[in-house]
Design a binder for this molecule. Structure first.
Ligand code: PEP
Ligand code: MG
Length: 755
């Protein structure tokens, strides 16, 4: 059973649409349980009915037509109970109901299992049998396991209507995609699909007239792959066992075989690009292998896939430089990365849509820094069909409209214009302090990571840089930047901002910020080797960076250094020791520098509880609320599946923030917040009331936050804080604060447009 289950799951994962996945399931389940029929009904929540969505052994014409009210029959009974119903003779059951024309007359035994996701009913899977027998426990367990798997497949189709997804023709696209709001704003433009290199699934279906050119590219990629495999084989020939050696020989044979080459060439000749042709041929081969229940042949499928990826990588290296970005580009992909963003020419990016991730993923943070609307966690999509389509990204609601008609376009143009107008009106606040109506002053700094957003910061009037994420220049290279390269980048920043302070954070890699050239594979990266933990085990990387920062500050006095992911006092002591050593060495070399202020980030619960002890050792504290929220709530900030549980307004997080502010102030140290919460107009009311001395925000959000501060009085903010501290949930708190914003005429900050 287990083997069959694994096999079905693999097949389902290879399916191109939900409709195909459901058809595969009913077919194999009927086979595996040797039963008369299998059917899947999906829930239409709007009409409270179960819709027949796939069937094997029943009348197929009824698919999408048979709609059963939840109150009716045994299938409705499963849905109502949200539990399995297993009966030997369905006809004797009080809830039995026969659907005319379904072909059920001959069946007696019935087993129905609910398909649930987070307690929500998505549908019911049913098997039926002529023979009046009770399905045994193993069969019931089999169907339940499958239902759980099926639930995640359905959920991955995205937040969109599942029935729509099943009924859709494979070539149709939905009109609206839904995900999690990533960064606010409205973006209207043309979609460019980006993908991780060498990902066959992500290759778009693209046609071409340049057949000769594509053939040449393909042959060159075959040649390059052949050399690669040969070199790899030679290099490893000493240490390889005979089986692995055979593998390399098999690769070479496959590469040279006429079959693979000819199939791809034939496909290209039908008018598609080399990448598209390669994807389709490799997928076809894989399908043939996995269709056979044989472990050896299944392994061969993995080999073919690996080989396909290698050829694809070679094809893509040639093509990388040739991506064309339209004037108004919306990047879309299963996993959009910082590197993808960095490749778009300045001024062209208007929107980002990512299959994975949530509002606190680093791409969403970068999107905010660039002032670009983004939607995260839209799920798996037929990305290849989206290339070149026009779309509207509504970053407030997490919605994307595909191929919008002129009316919708006109409506969103108005909203986008209103936003621009609001921003230009707020520009007049530039020289004014962030001060409440009753004179409470808070400093507004900006977060940065890309040099491109420095110029923007000048126009929004940031009082300094509260967080410079140094990992960005590390992530956009294919090796560690040298100390001199780093020095140049850091100096530019210090120079632009001088005399205003610049807080540079030491390298914070790990978690969802990997470096392609620095291996760190872990089961649980957010609880693993990240931030300061990496640096203290690699003092050479740490010292290189510290020296680069100190050298960059020659002649300036605005450098501050901040340490990420501190979870223990000893990490601070050791880091301070290293920083002081670097400083003294440079001083000894007669470099004109001063010892910078050193601060730490409070991002994990242990640091919250030790905040006062930590504050005694350093000059300032800064709360990284993105991580702190994920660690307090045990919710991965990057996982779209639990994104609904992630909220910095959770009462537990608010209490932690308050504790940190009080601890820092008890030691006479300043405390700031540089997580995304500081840019959330709703949260800001509470942050100023708590007494944060400084908020560090993505530059495009800064004028809006200043507007909030200047509209409120500290006494009103404190009153609201006291009120929400008595509340028990983030939802309640958010609603309360949104109401307060509306009352002050600031509703435009939480939705598209300005009213
Ligand atoms: C944070 O965790 O809040 C933070 C500012 O750091 P990052 O988002 O880069 O992890
Ligand atoms: Mg962090």
């Amino acid at each position: 059973m287990l083997k069959v289950l694994r096999y079905i799951i693999q097949e389902v994962n290879n399916a191109e649409s939900l409709r195909e996945a459901l058809a595969i399931i009913v077919h194999h389940v009927r086979d595996a349980l040797e039963t008369g029929a299998c059917a899947i009904f999906l829930m239409d929540h709007e009409h409270h009915k179960l819709v027949l969505s796939a069937a094997d052994g029943l009348e197929k014409n009824l698919i999408s037509k048979l709609k059963i009210p939840v109150s009716q029959g045994l299938i409705g009974f499963v849905a109502e109970r949200k539990e399995a119903v297993n009966v030997m003779d369905a006809r004797l059951h009080e809830r039995f109901y026969e659907y005319p024309g379904a072909g059920e007359e001959k069946f007696n035994a019935f087993l129905g299992v609910p398909i649930l996701h987070r307690k929500r009913l998505l549908g019911v899977i049913v098997v039926e049998q002529e023979e009046a027998r009770k399905y045994d426990a193993a069969e019931e367990a089999f169907l339940m396991t499958l239902a759980i798997q099926l639930a995640s497949v359905i959920v991955e189709v995205g937040g969109k209507d599942i029935l729509e997804a099943v009924q859709q023709d494979d070539h149709d696209l939905p009109e609206v995609l839904r995900g999690t709001p990533g960064s606010s704003g409205v973006g209207i433009g043309e979609m460019v699909v980006v993908y991780s290199p060498a990902d066959l699934d992500a290759v778009p279906d693209q046609e071409t007239d340049a057949i000769e050119e594509e053939i040449e590219k393909f042959m060159a990629a075959i040649e390059a792959t052949r050399n690669e495999v040969r070199i790899l084989g030679d290099r490893l020939s000493q240490s390889l066992g005979s089986e692995e050696k055979l593998l390399f020989e098999a690769y070479l044979l496959m590469l040279d075989s006429d079959t693979l080459q000819n199939e791809v060439l034939n496909k290209i000749n039908t008018g598609v690009t080399a990448q598209t042709a390669l994807k389709s041929v490799i997928k076809e081969h894989i399908k043939q292998f996995v269709g056979i229940e044989n472990e050896y042949l299944n392994e061969r499928a993995a080999d073919i896939e690996d080989l396909g990826r290698r050829i694809l990588a070679n094809l893509q290296t040639e093509e990388q430089a040739t991506i064309e970005y339209p004037e108004r580009t919306i990047l879309i992909g299963n996993e959009v990365t910082a590197v993808h963003l960095a490749e778009v020419p300045e001024g062209r990016l208007v929107g980002i849509i990512s299959g994975k991730g949530s509002s606190n993923s680093h791409v969403a943070i970068l999107a905010r820094a660039l002032g670009v609307a983004s939607v995260m966690g839209v799920g798996e999509l037929p990305f290849q069909k989206l290339q070149g389509l026009e779309a509207i990204v509504n970053g407030y609601l997490g919605q994307i409209y595909l191929n919008p008609d002129e009316y919708l376009l006109a409506e969103f143009q108005v909203l986008a214009n209103e936003e621009r107008q609001l921003d230009s009106e707020l520009a007049s606040l530039r020289e004014l302090p962030a001060e409440t109506v009753d004179g409470h002053r808070v400093a507004l700094y900006m977060n940065t990571g890309l040099l491109a957003d420095i110029s923007r910061s000048m126009s929004v009037g940031a009082e300094g840089v509260g967080l410079y994420r140094t990992e960005v220049p590390f992530m956009t290279r294919d090796r560690f930047p040298t100390a001199e390269e780093q020095r140049i980048i850091y100096r530019q920043l210090l120079n632009v901002f001088s005399p205003r302070p610049v807080i540079m954070r030491t390298l914070d890699i790990g978690g969802d910020k990997p470096l392609s050239y620095f291996k760190m594979e872990e089961d649980n990266p957010f609880l693993g080797w990240r931030g300061i933990r990496v640096l203290l085990e690699h003092p050479e990387i740490f010292l290189n960076q510290i020296r680069a920062m100190l050298r960059a500050s020659e002649g300036y006095s605005n450098l501050r250094i901040m340490l990420p992911m501190i979870s223990d006092v000893s990490e601070v002591d050791e880091s301070l020791r290293l920083i002081k050593t670097a400083y003294q060495e440079l001083k000894a070399d007669k470099i004109d520098i001063i010892m910078p202020q050193i601060g730490i980030m409070i991002e994990v619960p242990s640091a919250v509880y030790q905040a006062q002890l930590l504050a005694q050792r350093v000059d300032f504290l800064s709360v990284g609320s993105n991580d702190l929220t994920q660690y307090i709530l045990a919710v991965d900030r990057n996982n779209s599946r639990v994104a609904n549980l992630y909220d910095g307004l959770h009462p537990a997080v608010l209490k932690a923030l308050l504790h940190v502010v009080e601890s820092a102030h008890r030691e006479g140290k300043t405390v700031s917040i540089c997580g995304e919460m500081a840019g959330d107009p709703v949260a800001v009311i509470l942050l100023i009331a708590m007494g944060f001395d400084m908020l560090s925000i993505s530059a495009p959000l800064l004028p809006r936050i200043k507007w909030v501060v200047r509209k409120f009085s500290i006494s009103k903010a404190r009153k609201l804080l006291n009120e929400v501290l008595l509340m028990s949930s983030a939802t309640e708190i958010r609603r309360h604060l949104e109401f307060a914003l509306e009352q002050e005429g600031l509703g435009g900050l939480i939705r598209a447009g300005r009213h």
